[in-house]
Write a protein that binds this ligand. Sequence first.
Ligand SMILES: [Zn+2]
Length: 464
Amino acid sequence: MKENRKVKPAIRDILSVNAAKALDKGLHLMGRQGTSLPGKAAIDISPSILALLSSQIKEKTFAVCGTNGKTTTNNLLCFLLEEQGERVVCNRMGANMVNGIMTAFAQAADHIGRLDAGYACLEIDEAAAVQLFPLVRPDYLILTNLFRDQLDRYGEIDTIMEKLGNAIDTVPEIKLIVNADDPLSVYLARQSGHPYVTYGISEKTSGSGETGTGEIREGRFCKSCGTLLTYDWYHYSQMGMWHCPRCGLSRPNPDYEASGIMTEQGLCFMIDGHTVRTGLSGFYQAYNILAVWSALSEAGRRETAAVTVQQLVSRYHPQFGRGEAFIIKGRKVVLHLAKNPAGFNQNITAVLEDKAPKNLVIVINDNDQDGTDISWLWDVDFDRLSDESVRSITVSGIRALDLVLRFKYVGIPVKVEENSKSAVESGLAQSSDPLYVLVNYTALFEVHQMLKRKAKLCHIFNRT
Ligand SMILES: [Zn+2]
């Protein structure tokens, strides 16, 4: 437990928290997603409020960074702690910049600026980390992976790594939890000079991407000496059993390992002698669960980690388009967010793990939040969707025509629809087979709302 600090919020802090709470309530009454505005109002009134509230966390603060898997990892960690009766501050809707995190703290605080919470689970955008880390002072940084994201939003991976390195340096006591299979994450951890532990998958699995498929491996050069890394195998992207033939930098033996991974009927695997069965699809989810396991173990909750991960992961329902499933007109509809090549390739793997016939809808926008450069679509292995189980593909979104061109190059016919609504309708009309919907960022909210509404209507209809 952390040192018990006596916190005396000033009048300004109390005003700040109450302004955020009032704004949050007002936005909810208006049916709006008030994830960032209340936080902004709070900080405008009292710039020190975030540090004041986060200093009241009694046990541990976890920061979750990385290109893919942040929301799932963070929300699962929060879910497992809450199931054990802990009070947790969490930005579960994924608003991961300063204002979004401030909103989460304001929601959790009482009206006089006091916080009664054991843990904070904070998904943090890599670009905002350097500003946030000194304020929230994480005990642990869980780094899921480092892939190339939308090009024009973040620039090169080197820039992201530098920003994260600077953020880590602001918290001398921080410990890192990184993926051993990702050479970029391991390099960052070593360079940081901070203590770190690793997790990984030390066996080749049926869920792994095949080598030589042309899957993008942006981290394939040794960060230390620039030599092309040698791999015994890849799980996907640059994740796998790697070593540098020149300088000897190599994948560390993981402190936490998953084994016996099966993906055929929902992801199932072993950690430390415990079987983990999940309703989640996608090999990559094993990494997210393993990261959560490592974090709980490191935070001194290894025993409870064993019980909860084993029993509770199957009860965890992914939120907001991270493999979320709906039942509409008697068929399964699964929504996946796919915003960069590594994420997209993993979602294609998840779709193909379901061997049954299926239809597919893909929606790609190029609004500011998506990144306006969508050339990364050419790094996605769309040719794998020529699988006979994929009965139809419907594309839509602002960049639907780029998708048409991309699919033309791999010889797969697609249907174009004017908007995401008509695309989903068209997908549902193809057959009674499951429908998989892959969308990028700005299409997510719209499609999510639509599926939720349809699933609810369907539920009401079935009851009457
Ligand atoms: Zn090297």
